[in-house]
Design a protein around this ligand. Structure first.
Ligand code: KG4
Ligand code: ZN
Length: 357
């Protein structure tokens, strides 16, 4: 049974966790801690990379000590130390990567450099019942909106994606437009709770195919953002107070509708009976409820990452490392750095003797 220490600093959350495989294939979180920098970045309306790196340097040693204490384990007792090495803010990624490599080298345990999105995908294993492949994943975060088919042996194929903003980015931009705080998702969710989601009719952005028609599983959120701007302007033009709750609820509803419709259509067309939803936007309550309900109606079993592990955390990075260990990947190179951009399809290359970055 493998146990790993995992570190995550790819964006604005510093996180450490100790996780272990359970006999049924699911993952037990022995300790998981997150130091969020959200309040500081909120002052600037978004993540400031330089501030993020500095705060990670300050927070990570304390977090590592805390999770080791809480799990009553020391590093030599572990099978590996893992850290996110790609993609993300380069300076921020460096903090967990260098810390992880140094701890691994000092205590002579293997180091595993993890792809951040592979971590999000693995977060579904942190629930009560870990889904077993094959399944379709809807990954909805601040940087990605993708539909990925995971085959029996863990092989991945992307079947859908956003052509412009990610769903989380749309939440953040619309929140800014409405004068709500950063990050936008939780702020919109809070205010939308008392709103009328049917008040404004908003577009479900679609991507045209060259030969005519629309791509069935791809997304576009930039038109929706513009439609929100026009709606706000027209309310302002008529001199009424902005109906904030109705605007937020209508926006949240159309995003949830479009994500659920296209994900279930993709599952249905490909005869996939299981859908897994992960990433920061998967924390959205309206989306969670709609996906469960519609999944049931379409005969698709829906598993959603536990709320605590939708947004960035280190337990999901640990879960991805456990899955790699189980598949026989013993370590990555100690000699390489981090990559700000790295496609998920090339995650295997992170375990080559000298990954090409
Ligand atoms: O997965 P994540 O923590 O970071 C990335 O890897 O991108 O996702 C962050 C994104 C942000 O855009 C945030 O606004 C969104 O997830 N988010 C939400 C909610 N909580 C976080 N979006 C909608 N509803 C939420 N409750
Ligand atoms: Zn993330």
């Amino acid at each position: 049974m493998h146990t790993v220490l995992a570190l995550e600093t790819s964006c604005d959350e510093s996180a450490a966790a100790v996780v272990r495989h359970k006999a049924d294939g699911s993952v037990e979180v022995l300790a998981s801690q997150i130091a969020s920098q959200v309040e500081e970045h909120a002052l600037w309306g978004g993540v400031v990379p330089e501030i993020a790196s500095r705060r990670h340097v300050e927070a990570l040693p304390t977090l590592v000590q805390a999770v080791l204490r809480e799990s009553a384990l020391s590093i030599p007792e572990l099978n590996a130390v893992a850290a996110t090495v790609a993609p993300g803010l380069a300076g921020a990624l460096m903090v967990a990567s260098v810390t992880g490599r140094t701890l691994a080298a000092l205590h002579q345990v293997p180091f595993l450099g993890i792809h951040h999105l592979e971590g999000h995908l693995a977060s579904a294993a942190l629930g009560e019942h870990a889904p077993a492949p094959p399944y379709l994943v809807l990954l909805v975060s601040g940087g990605h909106t993708e539909l990925i088919r995971v085959g029996l042996h863990g092989e991945m194929e992307r079947l859908g994606r956003s052509h412009d903003d990610a769903a989380g980015e749309a939440f953040d931009k619309v929140a800014r437009l409405l004068g709500l705080g950063y990050p936008g998702g939780p702020a919109i969710q809070a205010i939308a709770a008392s709103g009328n989601a049917k008040r404004f009719s908003l577009p479900k952005g679609r991507i045209s195919l060259r030969g005519g028609g629309f791509h069935p599983y791809d997304f576009s959120f930039s038109g929706l953002k513009t439609a929100m701007l026009r709606t706000v302007e027209s309310c302002q033009g008529s001199g009424v107070d902005l109906p904030m709750a109705d605007l937020a609820a209508s926006f949240e509803q159309v995003v949830a509708d479009v994500l659920v419709e296209r994900a279930l259509r993709c599952a249905n067309d490909h005869k996939i009976k299981q859908l897994v939803m992960v990433g920061g936007v998967a924390a959205n309550q309206r989306l969670r409820l709609l996906m469960q309900k519609q999944g049931q109606q379409h005969g698709v079993a829906v598993s959603i990452a536990p709320l605590a592990y939708c947004t960035d955390n280190a337990a999901m990075i640990g879960a991805a490392a456990l899955s790699r260990l189980k598949r026989g990947v013993l370590s990555s190179s100690d000699e390489t750095g981090v990559a700000a951009r790295w496609p998920l399809e090339r995650a295997d290359a992170l375990y080559e003797a000298l990954p090409p970055f």
